[in-house]
Design a protein around this ligand. Structure first.
Ligand code: 6PG
Length: 229
């Protein structure tokens, strides 16, 4: 695994460029770009910037969500709603290309349904586990990523790809990618643009395994930290 830590004063532009370049590379190589979107506030301007790209063939992009809050898709805390308002509508991403986690139904049912959706695509590619070309992650001040929080049973999940989760960051009930699915990605990119998280970033990169984000080690891919300064 190759880890790179990039500091930038052009955080939004550089993040959008990483995603843009990964898209064109994947589509050239495999005819499709499988991208997982992260939630929270950090990615909002990045998705809006990405939507301005004129040369990404969105019909060849498959979008998943690294986690979702257990709320309806029109709820102001929905990660899907955030992506819809910043990227999906502006870029006219075909609806069939967006794999929405149904946060409005029973979490275990929604998790199993999502796992089946990913497994169907993975089987088409001969993959044991769905392999994202690029998987975006945020970082919480407690070292959580996706909806894998400190002390979470999700930290010990070795089989499942998508599971229900709870955490201290409201809303508490969520659905999250597991570490096996995250680590199956070709490339994982943490996007962090908050000086208050500098100490936590150092702890995670130093390998403090009490921090969930430190468990992100893509087996056959690359790990990027894009840090706004
Ligand atoms: C979520 C995210 C979560 C987020 C971090 C950082 O659904 O809340 O997946 O992991 O990425 O908490 O959030 P901010 O970008 O808002 O700081």
């Amino acid at each position: 695994m190759k880890t790179r830590v990039l500091h930038t004063s052009s955080f939004v532009g550089d993040a959008a460029a990483i995603i843009h370049d990964a898209a064109l590379e994947a589509i050239a190589a495999r005819g499709i770009f499988r991208l997982s979107l992260c939630g929270g506030n950090t990615p909002k301007p990045i998705y809006a910037e990405l939507a301005k790209s004129t040369d990404i063939p969105w019909a060849k992009v498959q979008l998943t969500f690294g986690d979702e809050r257990c709320v309806p898709p029109d709820h102001d805390q929905s990660n899907y709603r955030m992506a819809k308002h910043t990227l999906l509508d502006a870029a006219h991403v075909p609806e069939g290309n967006v794999f929405r986690i149904r946060g409005e139904i029973d979490p275990e049912t929604a998790s199993l349904e999502y796992e089946q959706k990913l497994a169907h695509v993975a089987s088409r590619f001969g993959e044991e586990r769905y392999a994202h070309d690029l998987l975006l992650l945020g970082l919480g001040e407690d070292g959580h990523t996706a909806s894998i929080f400190p002390g979470s049973p999700a930290l010990d999940e070795k089989v499942r790809n998508v599971i229900p989760a709870t955490g201290p960051k409201p809303p508490p009930q969520r659905i999250t990618f597991t570490l096996p699915l995250i680590n199956a990605a070709r490339h994982v990119c943490f996007l962090v643009n908050d000086p208050a998280k500098a100490g936590m970033i150092d702890e995670v990169i130093a390998g403090d395994m009490s921090r969930p984000a430190a468990h992100v080690k893509p087996a056959s891919g690359h790990l990027t930290w894009l840090l706004g300064s």
